[in-house]
Ligand binder design. Structure first.
Ligand code: NAI
Ligand code: MG
Length: 348
């Protein structure tokens, strides 16, 4: 990529996905980097019109971009699982997004349900494995709908898959001031998968003597997110555990309207995809009520991934400044107004 010219594929998707992506792109434009965007109509509408979720030709085209910005997909009119599995998970698997990166950071001025918590107490990054685990789609059902039904859902954990995400997490921890990495799993019960994760983590840790390591069972980690979030700096974990933990993370750091994420291919063999953690929110879609901040912070992650660290920091600072102002009675702004205000800060 020419670092000053981003070729970006945009998938607004469904519901508020469309609204928040509009604001994210506005901010991206204000950064001053040249961006060429191509919008892809994927999601519920496409599915109803053509029956397609992610045509192979579209997937091939997407491989040619520097990055992808996604809003959200999903609609009550589509059977559950169709868009999630055949569009969203397929993109993550096919583009080898083996790191699902989810910062959990409390910005100054943002209210947290953990009353006494200060911003310095909640500042972590969850590195969730993105291509394996129980989300690999392995399993089956027999005698479905009868009293004798059997359903299995297998968790895939490969030595290769675990090692690459663990290595990424150690590098991430090394680059942060605290240099602490916690493995979260359930090694006492999930003994086969847990054993592979723990052995890999311990072996790789020998190469990172500057990184302090820790281990936490996922149930205890869920509790500590609420009682002692300051325990955590970088966390590395399985696909399912990471999915659940990061919703707790979003809750303690100001809510789902602020939670950003990146589906990252660190080897850069395919474009990485950035998206808010939230879904299409059919309950508020089309009303201008959606907070675009999570998407704007995802844009900052996108810029950072493309080597534009200064631009990324500028977007994050604009969001931080906007969040401080929200305390002082700026509530009630529409999606557009929040987008405009943050855009003005980035531009100014
Ligand atoms: P959701 O995240 O869409 O909404 C949960 C609640 O949070 C709703 O009350 C909603 O109004 C609120 N909310 C979400 N984002 C918000 C924002 N930016 N500003 C203000 N409020 C916000 O999750 P839900 O309701 O479970 O799922 C709705 C649809 O989205 C489903 O079809 C689901 O499968 C899909 N989904 C898609 C995701 C994706 O595309 N990555 C992720 C999660 C859900
Ligand atoms: Mg989730």
């Amino acid at each position: 990529m020419d670092s000053r010219n981003i070729r970006l594929a945009v998938i607004p998707g469904d519901g508020i996905g469309v609204e928040v992506v509009t604001e994210g792109l506005k901010v991206l434009e204000a950064v001053g980097t040249k961006v060429e965007t191509t919008t892809y109509d994927l999601g519920a509408r496409r599915y109803h019109e053509t029956g397609e979720t992610l045509p192979d030709a579209v997937l091939d085209e997407l491989r040619g971009y520097d990055a992808i910005l996604l809003g959200a997909v999903g609609d009550p009119s589509v059977p559950p699982g169709v868009l999630e599995r055949d569009l969203l998970l397929r993109l993550r698997f096919e583009l080898d997004h083996y790191v699902n990166l989810r910062p959990v950071k409390l910005f100054p001025g943002v209210e947290t349900p953990l009353g006494r918590s200060r911003p310095e107490d909640i500042d972590m990054v969850v590195v969730r494995e993105g291509t394996e685990g129980p989300y690999a789609g392995a399993g089956g059902a027999m005698r479905r709908g009868t009293p004798h039904e059997i359903a299995t859902q297998e968790s895939f954990n490969t030595a290769y898959g675990v090692e690459r995400v663990v290595r990424y997490a150690f590098e991430k921890a090394l680059a942060r001031p605290r240099r602490k990495l916690t493995l979260v799993h359930k090694t006492n019960v999930l003994t086969y998968a847990g054993d592979l994760w723990a052995r890999t983590f311990d072996r790789v840790s020998l190469e990172y003597s500057d990184v302090q390591t820790d281990y936490c069972h996922v149930d205890a980690a869920s509790m500590f997110f609420v009682t002692q979030p300051e325990r955590f700096d970088v966390i590395v974990t399985d696909n399912l555990f990471g999915d659940i933990l990061t919703d707790i993370g979003a809750a303690i750091a100001g809510g789902i309207g602020l939670a950003a994420s990146g589906n990252v291919n660190p080897d850069r063999t395919a474009p990485s995809m950035f998206e808010p953690v939230h879904g299409s929110a059919p309950d508020i879609a089309g009303q201008g009520k959606a907070d675009p901040t999570a998407t704007i912070l995802s844009v900052a992650m996108l810029l950072d991934h493309l080597g534009l660290a200064e631009e990324a920091a500028r977007v994050e600072q604009a969001v931080a400044d906007d969040l401080v102002e929200r305390q002082t009675g700026w509530a009630g702004r529409t999606t557009h107004e929040i987008g405009d205000d943050i855009t003005a800060r980035v531009a100014g």
